[in-house]
Design a protein around this ligand. Sequence first.
Ligand code: COA
Ligand code: AMP
Length: 630
Amino acid sequence: MGYRAEYDQWKADPEGWWMNAAKAIDWVTPPTRALSQRGEHLYDWFADAEVNTCWNAVDRHVEAGRGDQLAIIHDSPITGSIQRLTYAELQTRVAALAGALAAQGVGMGDRVIIYMPMVPEALEAMLACARIGAVHSVVFGGFAANELAVRIDDCTPKAIIAASCGLEPGRVVKYKPLLDEAINLASAKPDVCIILQREQHPAELIEGRDIDWHASQIGVDPAPCVPVKGNHPAYILYTSGTTGAPKGVVRATAGHLVALNWTMKNIYQVDPGEVFWAASDVGWVVGHSYICYAPLIHGNTTVVFEGKPVGTPDAGTFWRVIADHNVKSFFTAPTAIRAVKREDPKGLERQKYDLSGLRALYLAGERADPDTIEWAQDMLGVPVYDHWWQTETGYTIAGNPAGLEALPVKIGSPTVAMPGFDVQILDDAGHPMAPGELGAIAIKLPLPPGTLPTLWNAEDRFVKSYLNTFPGYYETGDAGMMDEDGYLYIMARTDDVINVAGHRLSTGAMEEVLAGHPDVAECAVVGVSDTLKGQAPVGLLCLTTGVNRPHDEIVSECVKRVRDQIGPVAAFKQALVVDRLPKTRSGKILRGTVVKIADNQDFKMPATIDDPAILDEIRAALQTIGYAKG
Ligand code: COA
Ligand code: AMP
């Protein structure tokens, strides 16, 4: 069946379509129905089923006689090591760690924070939680202690699993001091921290609270898989919103299993046993869905890559990994490809490797610019598929269902809505717009299985953030259009979220940190275009009257402040002192106009601007750091 027929079949009978997809999952108690309503516009999928994620991702493959197949290949150019784990080995290791968690009193519904770099143990920790019904929340290693503390306070974990360090090119990131500081800052305290000691930098353990990863498993019984209800939270993943407080996206267990499993063949074109690689990080949604869960649920081999696209050791690393491990489908962010292209525009490194096994490259996380897509297509000689999704949805909203039917690629479009998603372009009043017209992108409720049912401990915020603007729809926060053939085009965010090197960040959160500087009276952070990272944050600072310290000093303090409080991943390196900010007469800062000036784009003078002359001042200021030169 082709894409159109499949999509139409889903639309005609969504519940029947998903019940059919659910047959690929091993249930303890199969669902009797697909969808149930929990409140106005609030839904659950497969709520009456009982199931275990770890069983489906690990044990069932061993049971089926595939225990000797590789589950994980850890390829770490940064440490110069490669490690391979079979499904049988993974099962033994996960059951032992789950036993250790249980021995520490962690059980059904308890939260566990995981703060780890790209090592197989990060996946083992996630799966061990799933095995016993604990709810994990993985925190990206590039966040500072303060961000970790915010997450500890929000999800109140019983345990934290961390590594002693992560490895960035040229620098060891000592996780343990960050963890200790975060626990000090947080009001909620975990009972126990399980620490994986890495030889690059073992950490000192705090007696009575910290326990060594291996020691924690000595003398404990391996834990069996515990059935959980279909709507039991599998995990919480925090993501940036408009304010400094991150949103705790909840993923319900059963829908997650069913939807991710469907995507592996139909979107990513792999069969069980084949190698799939997503070069992302377990701290992001791509890492959750496509480094850990989906490939394992589907019985693939997943590559856990600890390195960077360039510099570890060169711009051929991606191609070397694809060739060495016979990767069939490869997924990364456009930024990573731009980094490779910048270093090796002629593809000299690529020529060194046999990439004949590769079927396609998949890009997501930010807008894929045509140059990058075309360059990658030329280099690799395989289709390059852009696809659009969000932390909230957990998998593709719009993509090219190449495993079902490879649709013609229109460069600039992530292609079409996947079954499950009724995507519409709406005007401000919520009316559907004609093809080719730009509007807000919304998805008709209910959202499909595997997407967020709510935000952790914040159902009101969930409703307010996503459901109130367009009643009956989920508001994606993206603006764009759809053409006559149903191809989507994603143009911009409608909120204060920016995307830096494929990392989702909140300008509001950065503004909160800058506003805390004693000399800053008012500020704005905008995301300007960056040829490598897609967007880069720039801060505009208005100083408190009477402050006459050198501006350079204040700017450096502000840069350090964001790095210390949000983390290096914010990549906040540029700020400017200005006399005043451009605002509307009602006081709203015109961030969009500042971005257009910085990027040399045409813009319409906002009718409500308080004082148009201020835009010339902003242009002149931006020119001093290399923007607005057009
Ligand atoms: N732990 C600690 N620090 C981290 C980190 C981690 N896991 N990941 C990134 N950082 C740090 C970096 O070391 C860097 O620090 P610096 O300011 O001291 O140099 C900072 O955060 C910014 O990192 P990044 O945005 O990754 O920039 P970069 O210049 O180091 O690398 C790229 C640029 C393009 C190579 C890199 O961003 C990349 O590979 N991007 C792909 C992103 C991706 O896969 N996203 C997932 C969505 S699919
Ligand atoms: P995240 O939650 O980190 O995955 O970020 C989601 C946001 O990234 C989306 O709302 C978009 O703004 C952007 N995004 C993700 N994929 C794409 C894509 N293929 N094209 C354009 N923007 C994208």
